[in-house]
Design a protein around this ligand. Structure first.
Ligand code: HEC
Length: 286
């Protein structure tokens, strides 16, 4: 599907623009090497500077970098934070011992972004996904990703994920606490509170997860954490809705399911915090 489309596109572009494409893709390869060599120390999953990976998860992942509009706005170096950071010599940090970029290296990045921030022709031996990655770049700077999900308004709304996600987190855990206390004290007030928190928690989990899926479309966090966070979060929604549905009039089952929900909420939240603050966010301050 993708391959025939790419071939058709290349046909339309004609031979002279194919040569141009080749050149800018070579420039992409040079940029990939430059960023990997000079930025990886801090901007990569193994980095000992978690603050750096919050802005930019992996300097060796050019495809991920290009998709992060906080770093690169294809066609506009002066709106691309990655270029601005090197051109003002904020990056690499002056006291880090990593040499600042030369004027030629800065110009290379600026030219590459201006020409659409294209990926190298064959990123390391993954021919099928390489076609997938390269397609939006060939189609042009604006055609960046999946249609409506990239609409500025949709992107804006998705930024509310980290805010509203705390409603279901607190409500679902509160429901478990009220449920446990209600069983001990046999209080109908607490039982009603448990039901109320569960209903509101399960229902507010739905839009929270939906916004999470949208936010994931343009984040620089790739790989394992995002995958686990996404699916544990989705499982939280499903299990809390099931609890709401099946738990009515079955206190034992309801308590068991609420415990599962609380476990899922904790694991999902932990991964969310890991993506925001780095893997050592729980480390005790020295
Ligand atoms: C010695 C570690 C180190 C190196 C090397 C390094 N960075 Fe950074 N970078 C950081 C840290 C730390 C931050 C977070 C700064 C903050 O949040 O205060 C950061 C943040 C950034 C940001 C986000 C800045 C913003 O305001 O949005 C960009 C872009 C960036 N770095 C680009 C680069 C590029 C490009 C390179 C390689 C040429 C590079 N960095 C090399 C440590 C580093």
């Amino acid at each position: 599907m993708i391959a025939p489309c790419a071939v058709a596109l290349l046909g339309l572009l004609g031979t002279s623009s194919i040569r141009e494409l080749q050149e800018t893709q070579d420039r992409g390869a040079a940029v990939a090497d430059l960023l990997a060599a000079r930025c990886t120390r801090c901007h990569s999953p193994g980095s000992d500077t978690p603050k750096a990976t919050r802005h930019w998860a992996d300097a060796r992942d050019l495809a991920g970098t290009v998709q992060n509009e906080d770093l690169i706005v294809a066609g506009e170096p002066d709106r691309s934070n990655l270029y601005l950071a090197v051109s003002f010599e904020d990056m690499p940090p002056p006291d880090s011992g990593v040499a600042p970029l030369s004027d030629n290296e800065k110009a290379l990045i600026a030219d590459w972004i201006r020409e659409g921030a294209r990926l190298p022709a064959t990123p390391e031996a993954e021919p099928v996904s390489a076609g997938l990655e390269a397609e939006p770049a060939i189609a042009g700077a604006e055609a960046h990703g999946r249609g409506w999900m990239q609409h500025p308004l949709v992107r804006w709304v998705s930024h509310f994920h980290p805010m509203i996600v705390h409603f279901p987190v607190a409500l679902l855990v509160s429901s478990l606490i009220a449920e446990v206390l209600a069983r001990r004290s046999n209080s109908s007030g607490l039982r009603a509170a448990a039901s109320f928190c569960l209903a509101l928690g399960a229902l507010s989990a739905v839009p929270s997860a939906a916004l999470g899926w949208l936010l994931a479309e343009h984040t620089s966090h790739h790989g394992r954490e995002l995958f686990l966070h996404r699916w544990l979060g989705t499982a939280t929604v499903v299990v809390s809705l099931v609890t709401l549905w099946l738990g009515r009039g079955r206190p034992g089952l309801r308590l068991a399911l609420l415990l599962v929900v609380a476990g899922l909420v904790s694991a999902t939240g932990h991964l969310g915090a890991t993506m925001s603050y780095g893997a050592d966010w729980l480390q005790w301050p020295r």
